[in-house]
Design a protein around this ligand. Structure first.
Ligand code: PEP
Ligand code: MN
Length: 333
């Protein structure tokens, strides 16, 4: 049961509600607790029965869609958000050049991994703090907002200082210490669904962050493991309408990690938006063949630009908008 107090309810009203809860706890309740027990008390605005293992992320608590704001840029609602950039920050020149190329395509959010949680300990692990410096420089030079992954609580403060949005990777969706720590960070969190996690588990992970006091969570569908072997993993676009029904939080899709091959990224991006996603996070690299991670699923900027054109045509059919900064706003290099 979620009990919402009136804004100016005095402390004594809150205490009375607490006493009532304790009394029910002591005597026990047979079956459902009747909301009337609380609605009759002074100062109580609403009493919402909760039957699901998550509350704050659910539509039971908030019926309208949440819109997350980053310096006035809206994520969710009618607006489609596109985050783009390389899997990993590989060098200063790579990230700065790509940031300008993306800005010239009208993009407002730059992604790039600094701390990379890799399946193999022998794979490239990211440039870490050095990458954070380059991301900061890219932000200052282009005005693009930064999305980068936070891998653990030990590096959270450093990553949060650089990032405008903190990405929690698929492998970390169940890292409850990290989720708890993110509850007290004042930055939006992009929470990816683990590849063996159910929709309910994703929502419970988001609940950790909201219940810690940070309501700025953006969910991200990636893909789940199935018996199919033609792709490493299977994008679960069914989750979009299901999550939209259950939760008010925005959800963006990662078609790059979803299908895992570059020539599948455009069709799966269009499918995700058609299914109701609030945006996309896409891997883009100047020279995918030379990328230090995930090159085979990265788009070159030119192909990514063609995808944006298609998204812009699709948006009005779905009653959505895709804001792209005018090309002239980009600082040429
Ligand atoms: C990434 O975004 O590069 C990444 C590692 O994602 P995921 O956590 O979905 O594997
Ligand atoms: Mn990647």
């Amino acid at each position: 049961m979620l009990i919402v107090m009136k804004l100016n309810a005095p402390r004594s009203d809150v205490e009375r509600v607490k006493e009532k809860i304790l009394a029910i706890g002591v005597t026990g309740n047979k079956g459902k607790v009747d909301p009337e027990l609380f609605l009759n008390l002074p100062g109580v605005l609403e009493a919402i029965p909760v039957t699901k293992p998550f509350k704050l992320v659910s539509r039971d608590v908030k019926t309208e869609n949440s819109v997350i704001q980053v310096d006035g840029i809206r994520i969710g609602g009618r607006e489609l958000t596109v985050v783009a950039g390389p899997c990993s920050v590989e060098s200063r020149d790579q990230i700065i050049d790509l940031a300008f190329a993306l800005k010239n395509l009208g993009i407002r959010f730059l992604r790039g991994g600094a701390y990379k949680p890799r399946t193999s300990p022998y794979s490239f692990q990211g440039l870490k703090d050095e990458a954070l410096l380059y991301l900061k420089e890219a932000r200052e030079a282009t005005g693009l907002r930064i999305v980068t992954e936070v891998k653990d609580t030990a590096t959270l403060a450093a990553v949060a200082e650089c990032a405008d949005i903190l990405q929690v990777g698929a492998r970390n969706m169940h890292n409850y210490s990290l989720l708890e720590a993110l509850g007290s960070v004042r930055k939006p969190v992009l929470l990816k669904r683990g590849f063996a996690a159910t929709i309910e588990e994703l929502l419970m992970s988001a609940e950790y962050i909201l219940s810690g006091g940070n309501s700025n969570v953006i969910l991200s569908e990636r893909a789940i493991r199935t018996f199919e072997t033609a792709t490493r993993i299977t994008p679960d676009l069914n989750s979009i309408p299901i999550i939209k029904k259950l939760s008010h939080l925005p959800i963006i899709v990662d078609p790059s990690h979803g299908i895992g091959v570059w020539d599948g990224v455009t069709p799966m991006s269009l499918a995700a938006i058609a299914a109701g996603a609030d945006g996309l996070i896409i891997e883009v690299h100047q020279d995918p063949a030379m990328a230090l991670s995930d090159g085979y699923q990265s788009l070159k900027p030119s192909r990514f630009g063609r995808l944006l054109e298609k998204l812009q045509q699709l948006a009005p059919i779905l009653d959505r908008t895709l804001t792209r900064l005018p090309e002239s706003a980009g600082v040429g290099r």
